[in-house]
Write a new protein. Sequence first.
Length: 107
Amino acid sequence: MFLGKEGREFWWVAPVSSVASIAFKRLKRGIPAYFVRSIISSPGKESTTLINGAVIRFKSGENANSLYGEDVWAAVIDEASHEGRCLPCHPLHPDRYPWAGAHHRER
């Protein structure tokens, strides 16, 4: 909440869209309604906009090219330890997102 401001993106990236949907449903159940401005529940486009304007998006890492384009302030890479190679981390390269350097490494 403290980093959140109007237009800032925060991503939950799961290996597949069905796992991203699980995380989205858990957030919907767990976050108090007074923190939420709006919710989009369309499959593949799940997101929650908080009262401060920050957006939490739930994305799939199935197509790493779909992870480009937004100004992402932070991301959770769900089940990253199960990947032989962290495909969702590829577009989060430190050259593009300096905060990504801590977890990005070639295997």
